[in-house]
Design a protein around this ligand. Structure first.
Ligand code: ADP
Ligand code: MG
Length: 660
């Protein structure tokens, strides 16, 4: 009941970091760089920036605080603005990609590490900031790691800048060494014992097992909230559904408030996890690893840990990153259990055996920089004039293969020349806060006279899930979705959705009626106008190709010819370069159209039950030969493709009529 009965001042003073305030402030005064270690919930993220402001650092510039996760940046900014008693976006604000919630008044700015990294492009010495807190450094996100290398040089040039690195784990020695042996401050913790219980045998289905465990806790154990860790959104939704269904079958069960939390969850629902459940009701939060250290929940007594998380890993078989489910590391496991002992003694149920923990889990997760594609980083560093990337000061240098692969993908996109220098196109690409292939597609569309269309497509691709599939109405939703299908292209299906929405006055009600997320569409419109601004600033023209939609497909092909696949069977393709199988997704516009395109390019691969192409477009074999001559020697003129194209046009006309 603490948060309901105590004033904000009392809550702040109760946090472990409060007792260290004077020591911390002195240490920061006397050193340019300080590393701070403290348990999750000790107050690092919410309090440090306020201390810095109260010490007057805000008068010399902004106090910036980076977060590896968007949700954390938004949620913490909201909390701190509440604590200070100001409106979010004024003195306290946040910035994440395509969303800047700050103003001229902003003193405390939370942001994703990616935002600060991009800011260094414009302002290499980050002169707007008097202090930068690099929060959650133990996460070792790609952008944080690159920022480490950049800011290390900045503090050498700017002796008025304060850099504070925080970590929730004991790996601080490495951070301290990186900056030349800077002081480490440990915030004395306040933790309670956690009883760790292991699975007795290997768990086959972790969702099923977690559901059972949660019900057992809820129906037979003492009061106290439950936190369940799942790898991703789908597993979270299934878990919530299952728990709900089974509770309905129990007579007179006590109330349970089920609260999912993952990065794509709408922000109004996200903030619910912090609210105390009503009297007599138990709270059960089902989360991704976002609740491991980035967000602190009070009152958790039971943790149920499935033992998996999703990681982005470069997959050499497909030549791209893919998001896959992996076992967590031992360090993650210990953090997760610890969440049960923050406000009292607790219990952690691990849905894996002790021997799995010892033999199948790494001690710590491999840093992102060592496992993902680095094209974006390479592009950024090159434009910061770091010519010899192998000499850049990385805390843990990426494997050379990884670096070379990334340079290669930039070279095939014509962002880099044979000598490794950025081309003019490459310089333009850096301006856009997107993956290089997406920027390339947009820039190329200006030369191909279809930038009006491509700007929409790129904006649609920058926003998660447009289509809405409510429980119990899946069939209606699917039928409606099919009406938008442009038979040859998911990209153009997206374009079609946006065009229809626009024709109908950008109305929420229209979107909702067509099973389309209205909020997502509004976001698309906003992203579109932001990208348009960048295009204007770079003197890139908006030109429409009118009805000549083949040009759009060719333009997609020009940027994604490295992700091309050839038809092998019914809706089954193989990546031409690697031979990797990839399948049309049943929701794809190309699926089950009665004919199949010989060649497609795809936006990305999603690995679920098999490798699915996410957002695919039919292309001509000749285009591949022409645009990606280093890969493809295809000579083929296909009559069926022409016919299909004609069919597309008549379909489009019919469709247009239908929506008016
Ligand atoms: P740390 O960064 O050291 O893990 P935080 O500063 O995030 O700690 O958390 C300090 C306290 O603030 C915790 O008790 C936490 O529950 C509370 N808190 C943080 N964010 C929110 C929020 N959005 N709503 C309510 N309470 C919050
Ligand atoms: Mg924190």
């Amino acid at each position: 009941n603490f948060s309901r009965t105590k004033s904000i001042k009392e809550q702040r003073e109760y946090l472990p970091i409060y007792a260290s305030r004077a020591d911390l402030c002195q240490l920061i005064r006397e050193n340019s760089v300080v590393v701070i270690v403290g348990e999750t919930g000790s107050g690092k993220t919410t309090q440090l920036v306020q201390y810095l402001m109260e010490e007057g650092y805000g008068e010399r510039g902004m106090i910036g605080c980076t977060q590896p996760r968007r949700v954390a940046a938004m949620s913490v900014a909201k909390r701190v603005s509440d604590e200070i008693g100001v409106e979010l976006g004024q003195e306290v604000g946040y910035a994440i990609r395509f969303e800047d919630c700050t103003s001229k008044k902003t003193v405390i700015k939370y942001m994703t590490d990616g935002i600060l990294l991009r800011e260094t492009l414009r302002e290499s010495d980050v002169d707007h900031y008097s202090c930068i807190v690099m929060d959650e450094a133990h996460e070792r996100s790609l952008n944080t790691d690159v920022l480490f290398g950049i800011l290390r040089d900045v503090v050498a040039r700017r002796n008025d800048l304060k850099l504070i690195v925080t970590s929730a784990t004991m790996d601080a020695g490495k951070f301290s060494d990186f900056f030349g042996g800077v002081p480490i401050y440990n915030i004395p913790g306040r933790t309670f014992p956690v009883d760790v219980l292991w699975a007795k045998s290997t768990v086959e289905d972790y969702v099923e097992s977690a559901v059972k465990q949660a019900l057992q806790v809820h129906l037979s154990m003492d009061e106290g909230d439950i936190l369940i860790f799942m790898p991703g959104q789908e597993a979270i939704e299934v878990t919530c559904d299952e728990i709900r269904t089974r509770l309905d079958e129990v007579d007179e069960s006590p109330a349970l408030a089920l609260l999912p939390i993952y990065s794509q969850l709408p922000s109004d629902l996200q903030s619910k996890i912090f609210e105390k459940a009503p009297e007599g009701c138990r709270k059960c939060v089902v989360a991704t690893n976002i609740a491991e250290t980035s967000l602190t929940l009070d009152g958790i007594k039971y943790v149920i840990d499935a033992g998996y998380c999703k990681l982005k890993v470069f997959n050499p078989k497909i030549g791209m990153d893919s998001l896959q489910v992996y076992p967590i590391s031992q360090a993650n496991a210990n953090q997760r259990s610890g969440r049960a002992g923050r406000t009292g003694a607790g219990t952690a149920f691990r849905l894996y055996t002790l021997s799995q923990y010892k033999s199948e889990m790494l001690l710590t997760t491999v840093p992102e920089i060592q496992r993902t594609n680095l094209s974006n980083v390479v592009l950024l560093l090159k434009s910061l004039n770091v010519d010899d990337l192998l000499k850049f000061h990385f805390m843990d240098p990426p494997p050379q293969d990884n670096m070379l692969n990334s340079m290669y993908s930039l070279w095939i996109l014509n962002a880099m020349d044979n000598t490794g220098k950025l081309t003019d196109k490459g310089r333009l690409m850096v301006e856009f806060p997107m993956d290089p292939a997406m920027s390339k597609m947009l820039i190329t569309s200006c030369d191909m006279n279809c930038s009006e269309e491509m700007l929409t497509i790129v904006s649609m691709l920058s926003v998660p899930t447009i289509f809405f599939r409510p429980r119990g109405r899946e069939e209606d939703a699917d039928t409606m979705r099919e009406k938008f299908n442009v038979p040859e292209s998911d990209h153009m299906t997206y374009l079609n959705v946006y065009t229809q929405w626009k024709k109908n006055g950008y109305k929420d009600s229209w979107a909702t009626k067509h099973f389309i997320h209205a909020k997502a569409m509004r976001k698309v419109r906003e992203v579109r106008s932001q990208l348009k601004e960048i295009m204007d600033s770079q003197k890139l023209k908006l030109v429409s190709c009118g009805a000549a939609w083949d040009i759009v497909r060719k333009c997609i092909c020009a940027a994604y010819f490295h992700a091309a696949a050839k038809l092998k069977g019914l809706s089954e393709y193989v990546n031409i370069r690697t031979g990797m199988p990839c399948h049309l997704h049943p929701t794809s516009a190309l699926y089950g159209m009665g004919y199949a395109s010989d060649y497609v390019v795809y936006h990305e691969l999603i690995m679920t039950s098999k490798e699915f192409m996410h957002v695919a477009t039919a292309v001509e074999g000749e285009w591949l030969a022409e645009l990606g001559p280093m890969f493809y020697s295809i000579k083929k003129s296909s009559k069926s493709r022409r016919e299909a194209a004609d069919k597309t046009m008549s379909n489009l006309e019919a469709m247009d009529a239908q929506f008016h």
